[in-house]
Design a protein. Structure first.
Length: 283
């Protein structure tokens, strides 16, 4: 199936990034948000990213103009009617995803593909909420989307071979490196990453070292670009906590259980960079 027009549901941090890379790759891209305020905030994020890239010499003026020319926004799901693929990047709530899928299916053609950017929910369960489970799959991008090269392509039990090939080819056309991930909690990356982050919190609670020394140890000793606590603040403590709970519910293994400190920080509203406070404080 040829992809010409791309729809994106949600213009938050992930949705705006997905819309930007799709428009930058030459696709006519329509991003849908629930209200104009959220839409303008998301489109403004794209414009700022491109503008900063131009000022730093990393993005040409021509590329900036072409990307913005391919990108439009809407608050009306019916405006997605010509989309060949619609990528959902809304809140990690099963009921809200089901509701938006119903609205999208009422608007798009029967052969259009729906993909979810979920980082944790079961793709087969999401596919079962649609009338096209064979034309549904997971496309898990990483933050920040314009810079991170990886995309996990996840097949539901019902995803057709043609849909899987189309999703993989589409990810490649965006300049990304797709990998095939299983439809299991955490897929590949978070399945390996989250236990590492949880272990770092547990060992800090046991007095292994200071937050700064643990971070420095993993950066300088293992060559990681950032230590576990810096990464936790970047990803979001609430996001990590949410994914960990889903993984623990599925596998019932102690290594997936959120440590008490993580739970209490999330309850306190210390979610990392986005709230200006996590394991570190941000001005």
């Amino acid at each position: 199936m040829e992809i010409r027009t791309v729809g994106v549901l949600g213009c938050g941090l992930m949705g705006s990034g997905i819309a930007q890379v799709a428009a930058g790759a030459g696709y006519k891209t329509i991003v849908r948000e629930v209200n104009d305020s959220a839409l303008q905030a998301g489109l403004g994020r794209v414009k700022k990213f491109l503008s900063d890239g131009v000022s730093k010499g990393k993005v040409t003026g021509e590329a900036q103009a072409a990307t913005l020319g391919n990108l439009s926004g809407t608050t009306n799901t019916a405006d997605l009617e010509d989309c060949d693929i619609v990528i959902e990047a809304i809140v990690e709530n099963l009921d809200e995803k089901r509701a938006i899928y119903q609205a999208v299916e009422a608007a798009v053609r029967p052969d259009a593909i729906i993909a979810s950017n979920t980082s944790s929910l079961c793709i087969t369960e999401l596919a079962a909420a649609t009338k096209r489970p064979d034309r549904f799959g997971g496309l898990h991008f990483f933050n920040p989307v314009p810079l991170m090269k990886l995309v996990e392509v996840i097949r539901a039990l019902t995803t057709s071979e043609e849909t899987a090939r189309t999703l993989t080819s589409f990810a490649t056309s965006l300049g990304k490196e797709p990998i095939a991930a299983p439809d299991r909690p955490g897929f590949i990356v978070n399945r390996l990453l989250v236990p590492y982050l949880l272990d770092a919190i547990r060992e800090y609670e046991r007095g292994l070292g200071t937050i700064e020394d643990i971070d420095k140890g993993m950066k300088l000793g293992c060559g990681h670009p950032m230590g576990p606590f810096t990464l936790l603040d970047f990803v979001g403590l609430d996001t990590t906590y949410y994914i960990a709970n889903i993984m623990f519910e599925e596998f019932r293994e102690a290594r997936f259980a959120p440590p008490p400190l993580l739970k209490r920080m999330v309850l306190a509203g210390y979610h990392g960079r986005k709230t200006k406070r996590g394991f570190y404080t941000y001005s």
